[in-house]
Ligand binder design. Structure first.
Ligand SMILES: Nc1ncnc2c1ncn2[C@@H]1O[C@H](COP(=O)(O)OP(=O)(O)O)[C@@H](O)[C@H]1O
Ligand SMILES: [Mg+2]
Length: 306
């Protein structure tokens, strides 16, 4: 378990032309985390700002951050050996092969030539990258490049890995491959991830934080969040709903004529029994993260307004 304590964290950016804009607003957390810890939110919600501050790249405007027992604002150097970061839109160095990229990174982190070489070989074989290792990045697919980047940060032996939108722009197959890699890595590392793909966050995360306009909206396991909003179950009713059946909970009528009813367990059970009697086609599932996000914040694909 890694302790993450955040107290009243705020960040405003100032530049000459624009007035100051507030990217994080009074965020506080106190958690023991392991596995995959995911920040979700729209573009502009503050995810990258959060990652940059917690990984010591950026100073906050106010507040404190303690990661693994270290005050990262006061003592950034103390945490740096324990963390590795792939920033949003990170690229491999284009004139170096995949192997050279990994090797150079390890030298930069302070390893000896010998150790860097051994670790580079080990990580290439672990990630089955032998076929690609001696190619330049421009010869590699987007998915393979992303895998090389993950291999590179993992080779450092850092306990805590930050990945800022590692799957954005990848095709579905490469994305699933990367999920497999992350599911392996979470056994040995804490992964702090950001994504705006909600099914990805639901599939991978042990803990989720929802940010909106720089504010913390909800935090918890997916089940915590489902229960906290009071609608842990989603019933989808396909057609032929009798007018006699009253729908309790939160009812959404979709354009295709189906209904979606969000409710607690007892209400869901009662409704299911009635629907079975009237032979209406329906499905019942735990409420998806996408539906939860929609209820709390709205459409994830809308740009964040300032
Ligand atoms: N370097 C910067 N200078 C000025 N404003 C910034 C800078 N970086 C981010 N912002 C602003 O801060 C807000 C949060 O951005 P960011 O943390 O990148 O969000 P996300 O990663 O969730 O898309 C946005 O309104 C963005 O425009
Ligand atoms: Mg970002």
């Amino acid at each position: 378990m890694v302790k993450l304590i955040i107290r009243h964290l705020s960040k405003s950016y100032k530049d000459k032309k624009r007035k100051s804009s507030s990217a994080l607003k009074n965020v506080s957390l106190d958690l023991d985390i392991n596995g995959i810890f995911t920040l979700i939110g729209r573009n502009g919600a503050g995810k990258t700002t959060f990652i940059r501050i917690v990984s010591t790249e950026l100073l906050p405007s106010a507040g404190r951050v303690y990661l693994d027992g270290i005050d990262v604002v006061k003592n950034p150097k103390e945490i740096r050996d324990r963390i590795a970061v792939i920033p949003q839109e990170a690229e491999l160095i284009p004139w170096m092969t995949a192997r050279e990229n990994i090797y150079a990174y390890l030298l930069w982190r302070g390893l000896s030539f010998k150790e860097a070489k051994e670790r580079t070989n080990a990580v290439i074989s672990r990630f089955k990258l032998e076929k690609y290792a001696d190619k330049l990045p421009r010869k590699l697919s987007g998915g393979t490049k992303r895998k090389v980047l993950v291999a590179l940060v993992i080779s450092s032996d850092a306990k805590i890995i930050f990945l800022d939108e590692p799957t954005t722009g990848l095709d579905p197959i490469s994305r699933k491959e990367l999920w497999d890699v992350l599911n392996q890595l979470k056994k040995e590392h804490l992964i702090i991830l950001t994504t705006h793909y909600l099914e990805e966050a639901e599939e991978l995360s042990d803990y989720i934080i929802i940010l909106n306009k720089g504010k913390l909206v909800k935090a918890g396991t997916i089940n915590d969040i489902r229960n906290a909003i009071g609608y842990p179950y989603a019933i989808k009713i396909f057609n032929g709903l009798s007018k006699k059946i009253r729908l309790n909970g939160k009812v959404v009528k979709k354009n295709d004529g189906t209904f979606q009813v969000f409710s607690d367990e007892i209400t869901a059970n009662n409704l299911a029994k009635k629907l079975i009697k009237t032979k209406v086609k329906f499905s019942i599932n735990p409420t998806s993260l996408e539906d939860i996000f929609y209820m709390l914040v709205g459409d994830i694909n809308k740009e964040e307004e300032k």
